[in-house]
Design a binder for this molecule. Sequence first.
Ligand SMILES: O=C(O)C(=O)C[C@]1(C(=O)O)C=C[C@@H](O)C=C1
Length: 265
Amino acid sequence: MTLVTLGPAGTFSHELAMRLYGDDCTLLPTIGRIIETVARGGTDGLVPLENSEAGGVGPTLQGLRDEAVFITEEIYMPIRHHFAARGDPSAITTVFAHPQTHEQCSDFLDRLGADVVHTSSNAASARALLEHDDAGAVVSLSAAEIYQIPVVRQDVQNSSRNVTRFVRIASAPRDGAGCTKCSILIDPSADRVGLLYDLLGVFAARSVNLTRIESRPSRRGIGTYVFFIDFAVTSGCGDVLAELHGMTAVKELGCYTCREVPEWR
Ligand SMILES: O=C(O)C(=O)C[C@]1(C(=O)O)C=C[C@@H](O)C=C1
């Protein structure tokens, strides 16, 4: 089966897809298109979900909310960013960087003081550099190698423990075997006193451990939110889901296995 992930060649998503699943990848330019393609069926996808420094990846959270896709595996990968430049690095006035990368390398980029131009991926940043003699770009090592651009400074990420959590997505949920975590999206149609307290109380009452909660705008106007919730698989999970369904709108985003990949090089 071919796997769809973020292109062009040399993104972290592409690098991880090749490490885990081999060469058979279809590369698309946006996360939104990857998720739409997976929802149509026939292929799985690999997308970034959150980063230890920059938090949730907006287009992935949006796609999980809007499309009929399910998480089937989560993968944690350490992320190292490098600064590449053509020409004199001290004369650079423009740097190409993906928005997530910008946040993960904000200390370095702020100190550099150049204008940051956002791109659609780290590989797109490397490609943009090919067309500009006097610019810089923040790129992955694979992108620097593929597009043959010189790295002038290694490891420009804010934190040496920079990790991105990727998810494999499919058009159908996986069966429960071996799953360690589940994700849901809660969309409370109306705000009321104690709503979040009541929702979280359902987990506490069954001793189910919440591993993440993230609120995102509902897109129904300012001040209304939806909640992305991850929780560990334990015996009380089925009861938690049944109870939540009785209280509010819940979208089940899948239960999945977990793996961590080591730093590559
Ligand atoms: O642009 C890439 O290389 C990607 O694979 C995307 C992405 C992301 O959006 O989080 C993946 C890993 C890093 O956190 C930075 C960028």
